[in-house]
Design a protein around this ligand. Structure first.
Ligand code: SF4
Length: 125
């Protein structure tokens, strides 16, 4: 049995959570302590079994007033896929202009997310 400590990040309470896990494949969570609400238990389960993250990065822009546009995933992706997704983002080159929310890449590495622009880029004069 492994004891794992977490701080729930879902709200400002930041509850300290402890999970007890049987070291199997997949791991079996036997007990979770410390959550003030059920969301904390669900979050710890996901952190242990399939941690998810949103990521931010930038893509290259041609013909714009900036050579880069900041981007992010529009939803969380599995932590294990982040390097693959970053590799695909690195290959993206888009033409200006770009508006906030524009999709520059869909379903990178097979993940259920789009990569969207978070800062607009105007065409260069
Ligand atoms: S367990 Fe519930 S109350 Fe505690 S930090 Fe997480 S979401 Fe907030």
């Amino acid at each position: 049995m492994i004891r794992m400590e977490y701080t729930c990040v879902l709200c400002p309470n930041g509850c300290p959570l402890v999970a007890y896990v049987d070291d199997k494949e997949p791991p079996e969570i036997t007990r979770i302590e410390g959550s003030v609400c059920p969301k904390g238990d669900d979050w710890v389960r996901q952190e242990i079994l399939n941690p998810m993250r949103t990521i931010s990065s930038s893509v290259r822009v041609q013909g714009g007033d900036s050579i880069l546009a900041s981007v992010r995933t529009d939803r969380a992706i599995p932590l294990a896929k982040i390097m693959d997704v970053m590799e695909e983002i690195k290959q993206v080159v888009v033409d200006a202009p770009l508006e906030i929310g524009a999709v520059v890449l869909s379903r990178p590495a097979g993940c259920d997310t789009d990569i969207i622009v978070t800062r607009s880029v105007r065409k260069s004069a």
